[in-house]
Design a binder for this molecule. Sequence first.
Ligand code: AMP
Length: 284
Amino acid sequence: MEVVKTIERVRSLVKKVRKQDKTIGLVPTMGALHIGHISLIKTAAQRSDFVVVSIFVNPTQFGPSEDFDKYPRPFEQDSQICRDNGVDVVFAPSSEEMYGQSSLTWVDVDKLTEPLCGRSRPGHFRGVTTVCSKLFNIVLPDFAFFGQKDAQQAIVIRRMVADLNMPLEVVVCPTVREKDGLAVSSRNKYLTESERKDAPLIYEALKKGQTMIASGTKETRQILDEIKEILNRSKLIEPEYVEIVDAGTLQPAEVVESELLIAIAAKLGSTRLIDNIRVDASKY
Ligand code: AMP
């Protein structure tokens, strides 16, 4: 495995791989790798001949009051995880390498970036889509792997790839959870002991929503009330949004039909957690 810091070097490596008619899989990450990232890497290794993991804490997707400086950067540990999981190249550029000459160009997806996380994180998705476009242009992958954990991000990227005719397939992998249901996240380590104890209520609430849909409840209002009641069991959970939206448009759904996303963002102290469940209502 090679750790690469420059765009030039990664380009020359993938050029050689392409010449051998091998497929390339890219797993974009911000590092602090955990079992969620590892599941993406493993899927990438199954689906592609050559796996590139990018590790880049992308400044343009953080708001001014967010945790960019404080974001964990355990680089040696991350490299070891990549080495142990069959990664061919870790691409870990500096901010200067990625945004050297101050960039004037942004990639922005309309509408899908406005609801849910878009409301409280203005500019976040523009940072994500711009950095992913840059990574796609540098690595030229056949497949790019994203987690369902960040459902809105995956939907936005898939739309960008389709709208801009980018020649790659976006693969969305299931959310990896702790035993008690909490979605694994690099930010979980910020939780205090009592916050960590209450955090699984988020998944419990999502599951309740899923069960209500499966057992025939049709009004989303009724489901949202139950979900909020479960979250209210903890004084430490401050919901930012609790929504049931159409999984294609991300617009609120009033009645249960088609593919839905039940999505929650909540603060526990200063830590913001997100989670979701996708439900295909046509199955019930
Ligand atoms: P991040 O490093 O947080 O930007 O995440 C990099 C990728 O890993 C994104 O596509 C995330 O959706 C994905 N990811 C993060 N946590 C999980 C998880 N618990 N399960 C599956 N994928 C995840």
